[in-house]
Design a protein around this ligand. Sequence first.
Ligand code: NDP
Length: 314
Amino acid sequence: MDTQKLIIIGSGPAGYTAAIYAARADLAPVLFTGQQPGGQLMLTSEVENWPGEADGVMGPDLMEKLKKQAAKFGTQIIDDTITSVDFSSRPFKVTSASNGEFQAESIIISTGASAKWLDIPGEKKLQGRGVSACATCDGFFFRDKKIIVVGGGDSAMEEATFLTKFAREVVIIVRTDKLRASKIMQEKAQKNPKISFLWNTSPVELIGEERLTGVKVVDARTKIESVVDTDGFFVAIGHQPNTKIFVPAIDVDQVGYIKHAPDSTATNIPGVFACGDVIDAHYRQAVTAAGSGCMAALQAERWLANNPPPGMGE
Ligand code: NDP
């Protein structure tokens, strides 16, 4: 089996940017796209804050451009998912779902994060039948309908505001009496005449057979349960980093984000780097992910130069 210089796991802005830099540095990277090629931006519509795209760019179009740019400089892109890793010795080994085992002298992890679910009765059964975690993917199907959005952070404000393009009414359910969202996003949602808030309330069950018809909620103060009728239910309570396959080899924090040295993408294993949303609970922007992808590639390049395996480098 050939040993690659660098394997990149994940194909969001972090992974593709790492690939562009690594390929231009002659590392001939092999990139595995994962289950959702292109990452979270494939689920968005217009991205207005990607620098250089003054007129905005559609998320999937941006990812296609990044993919093309990575391939242009010689990245080998494999549409497959890594299911397990062995970082116990060099070369590092990764096993893919459909193409067997690969090995590499260095690794960049850029597996991103996925939307969290509430894990309440009815939620799984009614996904795609009124229940969603992606307003930009599914909002279109709720024209003139009533929608409930759960969450009090920026994601919830953004999703709710976006959904008012289609819905007749959007109710944001917040489990406490305060929002965690930034002031500007709060104000935007609060000023929107189609949006109202239900405070101190948690959903406990989603109701419906063929389609969602309502949500059973509980009031945190009185503990009284009631049913709120709705056509749509959007969960916007944050994200979970995709790090299951790397634990316990790679150190993660309590939530599951990969721990990394300050101002660095280095993990606890020399030669394994991590970038993008998988290390970032704070900014989670495409452009910050791309920036950390660049850092990871530069660090991998330097590390390989300083730690050449037998027969490589020199
Ligand atoms: P956050 O962690 O900021 O907020 C999650 C929200 O969901 C909180 O209000 C939390 O409540 C609530 N919540 C969590 N679990 C549950 C539950 N089981 N039941 C009910 N409510 C629950 O996540 P976000 O995804 O909103 O934001 C993450 C980061 O991404 C932030 O830094 C944010 O600024 C950024 N972001 C920026 C955007 C932008 O600038 N355009 C858009 C989206 C996100 P509680 O407060 O009680 O814990």
